[in-house]
Every structure is written in structure tokens, then in C-alpha cells.
Design a protein around this ligand. Structure first.
Ligand code: CUA
Length: 348
């Protein structure tokens, strides 16, 4: 670095780099924070955030302590002419005890509150909790409400102020449930059920996603949680519990869609009914339950807005919308697609 006559370095390029870096970093401070664990909206997420802050501040104490000692030693023992080398310290019992005890104490200060939070969540009283079975699939989410006989996909509906107990499992590989502002992450494994308990404290819409690499479209495995006030939740339940409209009330196009849905194709795995369930029509379980699919916020693992255009694109070529999609392109004609879109969207 060159110095001008004021002793100031010609730091223009470096200054610009620092300024730009700081500005870019500051943009991270601008809200909203849809997936930030730092704006918790459940008591469990509050506890997790508290633990993070505790560990962060212990990290700050250790960092500052170490840096102060390093700077002091650099200054105090720097090489100077005519000063002999300092005497090395060996076998200083007090020092040995001090630098063994200090880290051990810090670990205790971190471990005790961590275990308290783990036990609090694991031992939470769930007698009054809303029970929801969550099944991870490549690459979408299934949410079942045994209390109400409802099954939905990619939209998780919760109740403000009522504890929820999620029973998490997988239909295939390992996934991880992560709803940053309410709680998580928790692994979802085939043949095992993990629990997650929390009580949402704010009405709103919250984003979640899979947090364990689970194949091609892991990054496209998202979901939305809707936390409702009690009256809104009751009307959502009522809507979902309603059976599909009788066939006779469907429009002509919707009826054609229902026929296309029911059609048995070759190979049989190309039939909609082989994988999807609609009450009174089919019982497939490999793909999302399609009861009330028209009322959902998204399609295809939470990545597409639930619009007629996106649904048509999805039916035409699922893998083009979600790479690796396990739903095949089944070679539907444009007429069949238009009819299926009309029928599926009528399932409100
Ligand atoms: Cu499921 Cu990543």
C-alpha cells in the first residue's frame, strides 16, 4: 500500500470493495423474513431461537477473550533488540486446570439449556393437541388429519393457540420437515415416526421445505403452513369434509374431465386413478389425494401457484415443471387436458 503525504493509504479500490460488501450484506437485514428462524411464531421456535442466541453470545465471549489475549501477547512479547527470549512455561498446574475447566464450563452452560428445550418438547402434553400425520414423498408433502378424516397435500392448516403434534414419517427416502418460523428440523424416515410438537401463536402463512437432500427435486419439495383463527379453521375443515359435488351437477367439460380421470390407460400406471384418490371415485395412494385439489394454494410440491395454466402444463409434462417428477407424462390430448383442468379445479 502506498502512503500519501498525510500518511493515508491510497485505499480507493479496497474501500469500494469494502463498501459494496457492507451494502450487499446489509440488504440481508431488510424484511420480510419468510423463512427466518430469527422471527419465531411458536413457543418452540422461541425456545430454539433463545438457544441460538445463547450459543451465539458464548461464541462472542470466547472470540473476544481469545483475541484480547492474542493481541496482548503479540504486543507484550514481540521481538525487540537486546531483549532475551522469554522463558517457556512447563507444567503450570494452575494454568492446566484453568484451561481445562473454562471450556468444560462453557459446554455445561450450553448443554444444560439445550437438553432442557429438547426434553420440554419431547415431554409436551399432547392430550389436547391437533394430531397431523405428515408423510414425506419424493417430492411433495402429505398431511392427514385423522380427527377430521381429511387428507391434503403441500398445504398444512393449523390452529392459532392450539398445540399441534406432527407425526412425521416417509413413504420412500429420508426427508426432513422444516418450518423455520414454527419449528423443525426433524427427519422423516420410512418405518419410523418422529414427533414434533409446537403451538402456533400468530395467524398467517408460513413457508416450509424439506431440509434433507432427497433426490433430484429436493429443492422443489416445499409447503405452506396456514395458521388460522379458530372460526377460519372450522370453516376450512367444513369445506374439506364436504364430499365432491354429485356427477349430475358437473358441467359438460367437467364431466369429460371426470371421464378422463377415470379412464383406464395402457400401461395401467398411466391411469390417474392408479395413483390418486378422490372420494367415491378412486383410492390411489401413490400420488397426492385430490379431494379439494382446486382449493389448494399450490401444485407440484408447493412450487407452482394453483392456476389453470400451471395445472395444464403439469398434466402435459410434469418433469418439465418439476425435474425428476415421479408422475409420468401420460400423453394426454389437449382436449383431455382442458377437460381434466376444468374437472380438477371444480374440486373446491
Ligand atoms: Cu425431501 Cu429433500
Amino acid at each position: 500500500m502506498k502512503f500519501d503525504r498525510h500518511g493515508v493509504g491510497s485505499t480507493k479500490p479496497l474501500g469500494v470493495v469494502v463498501l459494496v460488501t457492507v451494502l450487499v450484506a446489509l440488504t440481508g437485514c431488510q424484511g420480510p423474513f419468510p423463512q427466518s428462524t430469527f422471527s419465531p411464531t411458536s413457543e418452540f421456535a422461541d425456545d430454539l431461537n433463545g438457544l441460538f442466541m445463547l450459543i451465539f453470545w458464548w461464541g462472542v465471549v470466547v472470540f473476544v477473550g481469545v483475541e484480547v489475549v492474542v493481541l496482548y501477547v503479540l504486543y507484550r512479547f514481540r521481538a525487540r533488540p537486546d531483549v532475551p527470549d522469554p522463558t517457556p512455561v512447563h507444567g503450570h498446574t494452575a494454568l492446566e486446570i484453568a484451561w481445562t475447566l473454562a471450556p468444560a464450563m462453557i459446554i455445561v452452560f450450553i448443554a444444560v439449556p439445550t437438553i432442557q428445550v429438547l426434553w420440554k418438547d419431547a415431554g409436551a402434553d399432547t392430550s389436547d393437541a391437533l394430531q397431523i400425520q405428515v408423510v414425506g414423498h419424493q417430492w411433495w408433502w402429505e398431511f392427514r388429519y385423522p380427527e377430521y378424516g381429511i387428507t391434503t397435500a403441500n398445504d398444512l392448516h393449523l390452529l392459532q393457540g392450539r398445540p399441534v403434534e406432527l407425526q412425521l414419517t416417509s413413504a420412500d427416502v429420508i426427508h426432513s420437515f422444516w418450518l423455520p418460523r414454527l419449528g423443525g428440523k426433524r427427519d422423516m424416515m420410512l418405518g419410523r415416526t418422529n414427533r414434533l410438537v409446537f403451538t402456533p401463536d400468530s395467524v398467517g402463512e408460513f413457508l416450509g421445505q424439506c431440509a434433507e437432500f432427497c433426490g433430484t427435486s429436493h429443492a422443489n419439495m416445499r409447503f405452506r403452513a396456514f395458521v388460522h383463527a379458530p372460526a377460519d379453521f372450522a370453516s376450512w375443515v367444513e369445506g374439506q369434509a364436504t364430499p365432491p359435488a354429485p356427477e349430475a351437477t358437473l358441467s359438460e367439460l367437467e364431466q369429460q374431465g371426470l371421464e378422463a380421470f377415470r379412464a383406464v390407460r395402457t400401461p395401467a400406471s398411466n391411469s390417474c386413478i392408479a395413483c390418486h384418490a378422490i372420494r367415491g371415485i378412486s383410492f390411489g395412494v401413490l400420488g397426492p389425494d385430490l379431494n379439494h385439489v382446486g382449493s389448494r394454494s399450490t401444485l407440484a410440491g408447493g412450487i407452482l401457484d394453483n392456476t389453470a395454466e400451471n395445472l395444464a402444463g403439469w398434466l402435459r409434462d410434469p418433469a418439465a415443471m418439476k425435474p425428476g417428477s415421479l408422475m409420468p407424462a401420460i400423453g394426454l390430448s389437449e382436449e383431455e387436458i382442458a377437460a381434466l383442468v376444468a374437472y380438477l379445479r371444480s374440486l373446491q
